[in-house]
Design a protein. Structure first.
Length: 111
C-alpha cells in the first residue's frame, strides 16, 4: 500500500544538484518523479541521507534534504524532500539590474 501524502508524477528532466556543507559536490541528475514536496533523482555519485542539497532547474532554485540513497546499476536513486523553492529568477535578475542601473543614474545626494 502506498503511504505517500501526495501523488508523484513521472518525468525525465535534467537538473543540476549541489551538495551543501564542507565538501560541495556538483553533478547533473535526472528527475525521475516529483511531487509538491519531493523529487526522485538519479545521480552518478551517492548523496548520503541528511545531506542538504541545492537544485537548479530552468528558472528555479530548490533547497532540500536527501532522505535516502539507493544503489542502481548505473548510479544512485536519491529521494529529496524539498524545503524551500524560489522561482522567477530571470525576472528577479532583471529587476535587480534595473534597480542597480537606476541607482547609478540617480545617486542619493550627501548632506
Amino acid at each position: 500500500m502506498d503511504k505517500r501524502c501526495e501523488p508523484r508524477f513521472a518525468t525525465d528532466q535534467s537538473i543540476t544538484i549541489t551538495t551543501l556543507g564542507d565538501c560541495r559536490v556538483r553533478q547533473i541528475a535526472q528527475v525521475k518523479n516529483c511531487s509538491g514536496s519531493g523529487l526522485g533523482l538519479v545521480v552518478q555519485a551517492a548523496i548520503p541521507a541528511g545531506t542538504a542539497v541545492r537544485i537548479e532547474l530552468e528558472d528555479s532554485l530548490l533547497l532540500g534534504e536527501a532522505m535516502y540513497s539507493r544503489s542502481l546499476p548505473d548510479g544512485y536513486f536519491v529521494g529529496v524532500q524539498l524545503e524551500q523553492a524560489i522561482s522567477g529568477l530571470r525576472e528577479l535578475r532583471r529587476q535587480a539590474r534595473q534597480y542597480q542601473d537606476e541607482s547609478e543614474e540617480d545617486p542619493v545626494p550627501t548632506p
